[in-house]
Design a protein around this ligand. Structure first.
Ligand code: SF4
Length: 506
């Protein structure tokens, strides 16, 4: 039988944090370098997608997380579904990487012996080799490293978005928060040299990005490994001056290491955006001590006051854990008090759940589930009220929005486009009739906010002949060019090469 040879396809499912999202971009880069193509480019295969999340691919990589709740249950559930798909898809391979893989290693095979490759957070680079080895030896290939061998940013990267990019400035963390498994899995903090970071930012900008987010477990302790405490503020200023870059963001800073020089750098560098994500975790000093987080509520609120003094437009977001072991009603009331004072524009709230391998998991004074849930509900209600008030206060303001793809699920029905304002708020913008189909992800639009909802803003000024401007950007051009290249790759993938005598899977 004669069939055109179709390249091997892959998909990556990312669970967990931004660090994992960025690692997935590197995995994609490595797989593409090894000759695989993303399954979305081969409609013939994409159409065999199942509910297991395989998307129809030959290689499914699960980039796992240990930090989020029920990581193990979710992963094994998903692997169970994928096993069925694999039985019916000759040549299919499943790889598991990320924090959970780093933690569990070979033990994953005890529950899911059909997995082909397991690799950790320190050796993403081995993924293509492991897949090949597993295929050749017809048995699972497992490789884990105790520490980082190659700084991940030197690996090829297939960036998910062309208009905005992530750039790692450090990996690992020197703190020992008692609820967190990250230091154990990602190791001690390692900082990249400023020159390397600037070169990568320039390269990302060169490829079309106008926004860059500097990424690290603990960005503001950047410099600790080469003895420069002011390194992060300096880096912000330098990155902010890269020609062509319009927006610089960073995540996440740690309150204990947050210093005024960073606030000054933010205020004095116009391209550094007025938004800050700073994890509070708890508003009780007693709980913070138990969490081994070395700042106190007073210091945290002091930082917020200083940020607002220098950057009055800043939107501040946070993470909060409810029900840490030993948390009393009084402790929780103190968290509510700090939240009331802090006026976060939004907060990621988590119910504490013990992570095996962390000190807090072994404590006997775990808070009963019912109590945790009741507190969680109260916190969510309070934050919803504040988020709504803060977003309502935006009504009437003119916002500049960097249009993104995939941010507005209902855009099709509402004829709006969506993206992020400078302060990182999600904004849905109405398009004037004459602009329909013209505004691309990566372009900028300016419109007036007409409605503030708890989790987004609506800027419909164009509907009443109010303000609306559209600025085409290099990033929009780059997005368009990638669309065209993807379309071309799709048609090439389907009709690739001359017909051969190879029959897949036989
Ligand atoms: S600062 Fe704490 S919570 Fe953040 S990665 Fe380090 S140990 Fe984990």
């Amino acid at each position: 039988m004669i069939t055109p040879e179709i390249p091997r396809t892959y998909t990556i499912r990312t669970l967990g944090c931004q660090m994992n999202v960025h690692d997935s971009e590197r995995m994609a880069g490595l797989l593409e370098e090894a000759g695989l193509v993303h399954v979305s480019k081969v409609p013939e295969y994409a159409s065999r997608a199942t509910e297991a999340g395989d998307e129809g691919a030959d290689v499914v990589v699960l980039n796992t997380c240990s930090v989020r709740e029920n990581a193990a249950t979710r992963l094994y559930g998903n692997l169970g579904q994928l096993a069925k798909v694999k039985r019916e898809r000759p040549g299919m391979q499943i790889a598991v990487g990320g924090c959970f893989a780093q933690q569990m290693g070979h033990r994953i095979l005890e529950k899911a012996p059909w997995v082909d490759a397991i690799f950790g957070t320190h050796n993403i680079d081995v993924l293509p080799v492991l897949l090949e080895r597993a295929r050749h030896n017809e048995e699972a290939a497992v490789e884990l490293e105790e520490s980082l061998k190659t700084f991940p940013s030197t690996l090829p990267t297939k960036r998910e978005s062309v208009y905005a990019g992530w750039v790692s400035i450090s990996v690992g963390c020197n703190n020992t928060c008692t609820f967190c498994i990250v230091p154990h899995l990602r190791g001690k903090e390692r900082d990249r040299r400023p020159g390397d970071i600037l070169a990568e930012v320039a390269a990302v900008v060169d490829q079309g990005a106008i926004e860059v987010t500097l990424l690290g477990q603990n960005v503001n302790s950047y410099g600790v490994s080469f003895g420069d405490r002011g390194a992060f503020a300096k880096l912000l200023r330098q990155v902010g001056q890269v020609p062509g870059l319009e927006r610089v963001r960073f995540t996440s800073p740690h309150p204990a290491a947050f210093t005024s020089d960073v606030i000054h750098a933010m205020a004095e560098t116009p391209t550094v955006m007025p938004s800050l994500h700073m994890p509070l975790q708890s508003g009780s000093d007693q709980v913070l001590r138990q969490m081994r987080r070395s700042y106190r509520r007073k210091k945290f609120l002091g930082i917020l006051d200083e940020v607002r003094e220098y950057l009055p437009e800043a939107a501040i977001t946070t993470d909060i854990i409810v029900g840490f072991p030993g948390e009393t009603d009084e402790d929780f009331e103190q968290t509510l008090e700090v939240v009331e004072r802090a006026r976060f524009s939004s907060a990621f709230t988590f119910l504490y759940s013990p992570r095996p391998g962390t000190p807090a998991a072994d404590r006997e004074d775990q808070v009963p589930e019912a109590v945790k849930h009741e507190r969680y509900q109260r916190l969510v209600e309070l934050q919803e009220r504040i988020s709504t008030e803060e977003n309502k206060a935006q009504e009437g303001k003119l916002v500049e929005v960097l249009i993104a793809s995939g941010e507005g699920r209902k855009d099709g029905q509402t004829s709006r486009i969506s993206g992020r304002a400078k302060d990182n708020r999600l904004v849905h913008v109405a398009l004037p009739e004459s602009y329909q189909g013209l505004v691309r992800p990566g372009d900028m639009v300016t419109a007036r906010v007409t409605y503030g909802a708890p989790h987004h803003l609506v800027a419909d000024s164009a509907l009443t002949s109010g303000e609306f401007t559209h600025r085409t950007t290099r990033a929009g051009d780059a997005w368009q060019a990638r669309q065209e290249a993807d379309r071309e790759a799709q048609s090439n993938a389907v009709g690739l090469g001359l017909p051969t005598l190879k029959v897949r899977g036989s």
